[in-house]
Design a protein around this ligand. Sequence first.
Ligand SMILES: CC(C)(COP(=O)(O)OP(=O)(O)OC[C@H]1O[C@@H](n2cnc3c(N)ncnc32)[C@H](O)[C@@H]1OP(=O)(O)O)[C@@H](O)C(=O)NCCC(=O)NCCS
Length: 421
Amino acid sequence: MTDDLIFTTLDLDDESPANTARVAGWLDAVMRGFHQGRATDGFRTRWLAVARADGVVNRGVWDTSSLGLSSDVPVATFAHFTKPLNAGAAVVDAWMISDVTVAPTHRRRGLMRRLMTENLDSAVAAGMPVAVLTASEGGIYQRFGFGPATREARVRVDTSSAFRLRHAPDDGGRVVMADPAESWPAASAAFARHHETTRGALARPTFYEHWISGYDWDEQGESRRQRVGVRVGPDGQPDGYVVYEVKRGDETEVKVSDLVAGTPTAYLALWQFLADIDLARVVVGPAPAVDPLAHALVDHRVRRVTSLPDHLWVRVLDLAAALEARPWFADGSLVLRVEDPLGHADGTVRLTAEGGRATAAPSTERPDITLDVETLGTMWLGDVAVDPLARAGRVTGDDAALARFAALADGGPSPYCSTHF
Ligand SMILES: CC(C)(COP(=O)(O)OP(=O)(O)OC[C@H]1O[C@@H](n2cnc3c(N)ncnc32)[C@H](O)[C@@H]1OP(=O)(O)O)[C@@H](O)C(=O)NCCC(=O)NCCS
């Protein structure tokens, strides 16, 4: 059956009728794979514009034995593009994998495996330190060396009179309401501050610009309920924003879809702003896994975590580059053995940390610490410390080596990635 399958990369700039139909078919396959409605012409035009702006590379698998039925629609899709990721000690390019779908008619025949392994080869050839993705299910991507590296909470906050911050987040800044259509320059400036200061922050794909400006990608039309509050810092520059809508019902609810802050005060000020919205007594939305709001409240129980799923999965591709981009929290040296069944990050290095940064040089010495590439991905952004991974049998070494590795590797604020793709 594989003889009937054609693996091709789309040329998004080819506007011939045949290619236009293929591009539309590719998008149809993705919408189908994620159980979304069929794309309207307007949606397709926007999608194409953002894919071009981000330099997305779209690959697909077409089945030539489809009897002419939906022959432009591929049976598998796969996309990648790159954006800068704050790894804590340096900002690195992350190879972002997205739109992975396989049609129900072609599942579990190795299509995704082939697309993924070939794609990771391309990422290595392009010199990428890490690949990242978000996963619809938790059991798929370990086999390719990805580890869940950040989490994102969903919280439900009672904003009735019980909501009280211990200290007013007052630094001379203020929150102003913005027309969504005009809010993008302020929002992107605020995000830039957030990206600079937040380990795990990943630059936003271009579809965010359309969305924050008022286009609803799910509904494929203008979002008339969307509101944007921009926080202006004491320096007069945007340092945060929140995108939300108010859902009226038995219990009127403020539904936050994006909240970004470049400073701790901006973060709490945006929450105070949300709590001050009249006629609503509940705010629901995303939050960091370790959330300062919980500690800023007088009564922490007004904030309830309703879910805490994994978010960004990391796959280390270049061992030395990845180790050198993350922060280290003590000075010292040890030999690290990383096992990678696909070979990309496989190796033994002497890691020498000093002043918060490390160098990693190939070594033939006996390793102090051994772990696999998936485990390295999980601990790379600092969401998981050495100890639980050692107790799980995933980081091994003698007790002294484990203690030294923990002293070097663990520390700093927990990571937060609020970028979805
Ligand atoms: C997930 C999906 C892409 C898998 O594609 P596929 O072509 O069937 O996968 P493959 O046949 O290449 O499987 C490769 C390996 O992954 C495993 N696998 C595939 N899907 C899995 C799943 N949902 N859960 C656990 N393991 C899975 C296979 O068993 C196989 O394991 P093996 O190589 O150890 O035998 C496909 O089922 C799909 O389109 N799902 C809906 C969209 C989606 O969830 N996309 C992922 C978004 S990030």
